[in-house]
Design a protein around this ligand. Structure first.
Ligand code: BTN
Length: 249
């Protein structure tokens, strides 16, 4: 499936400049490269990425025309610099878009992996653009979703899944529309309530590494900043970053 500029533009409800590429290293990289010239809201999307990036320096597998690889760049004012909260809002926006166009009922694995049927079908990489005085000027929200991708590299083959056939232009536009709405409502705490209701971690045992030690704890809540609240031996800890594994029930 190929991205179509006109179909995307027709379905986006806000003034967003759309830049499409057949192939690019990474749409997040492109958003960063163009940050000085591209002011206002911009969407970068590509048919394939040769160096798609995930969180923690992971690669995001992005083969030609089988997935949605997109980055939305949004100008920031000072009050909206909470990357973790923005990331949670982005995960909600993506799940809501998938729900609008399918019966898949996606879920979120903290922080922002998109899961369908127990497999990771996509992820989100949020990064800040700052000016020369280190003040954030824009947030770039990179989203990768496997649509018809099937032949995954061996290292992710048992964990990766896909969304199947969803209209790629409608999905892209719905995500953009939802992202803009959710980012405008960040101060409103309802985003965390939505995030929690879509989260597959709450109530489950999770494993993580903290200060060099392995922990197993129960995930009990998500706080107002998007931190995962876990309980281990009666003590509560908030995880603000890092990777968790969710243990089988
Ligand atoms: C993750 O799973 O850790 C996050 C994956 C984010 C992938 C998307 S694809 C579009 C954008 N460009 C990138 O290089 N990464 C993000």
């Amino acid at each position: 499936m190929k991205l179509n500029q006109k179909n995307i533009e027709k379905n986006i409800k806000k003034p967003v400049t759309v830049r499409l590429y057949d192939s690019i290293d990474s749409t997040n990289n492109e958003a960063k490269r163009r940050a000085d010239i591209d002011k206002g809201m911009h969407l970068y999307a590509a048919g394939r990425q040769t160096a798609g990036r995930g969180r923690h320096g992971n690669r995001f597998y992005s083969p030609k025309d089988t997935g949605l690889y997109m980055t939305l760049s949004l100008p920031l004012d000072d009050s909206r610099t909470q990357v973790q909260q923005i990331t949670c809002a982005a995960a909600v926006a993506v799940c809501e878009a998938i729900n609008e166009l399918s019966d898949l009922h996606p879920q979120i694995k903290w922080v922002n992996d998109i899961f369908v049927g127990g497999k990771k079908a996509g992820g989100i990489l949020t990064e800040l653009i700052s000016d020369d005085q280190n003040r954030p000027t824009a947030v770039i929200i990179g989203i990768g979703l496997n649509l018809n991708t099937e032949d995954f590299p061996a290292e992710i083959a048992d964990k990766a899944g896909n969304l199947g056939s969803i209209d790629i232009d409608l999905l892209c536009a719905a995500i953009v529309n939802n992202l803009i709405t959710e980012q405008d409502n960040l101060s409103n705490n309802s985003i965390i309530e939505k995030y929690k209701s879509l989260n597959l971690c709450i109530g489950r045992d999770v494993r993580f590494t903290k200060d060099g030690a392995e922990h197993t704890a129960k995930a009990v809540d998500v706080n107002a900043d998007g931190g995962l609240v876990v309980k281990e031996n009666g003590e509560f800890t908030v995880l603000n970053s890092g990777e968790i594994s969710v243990l089988p029930q």
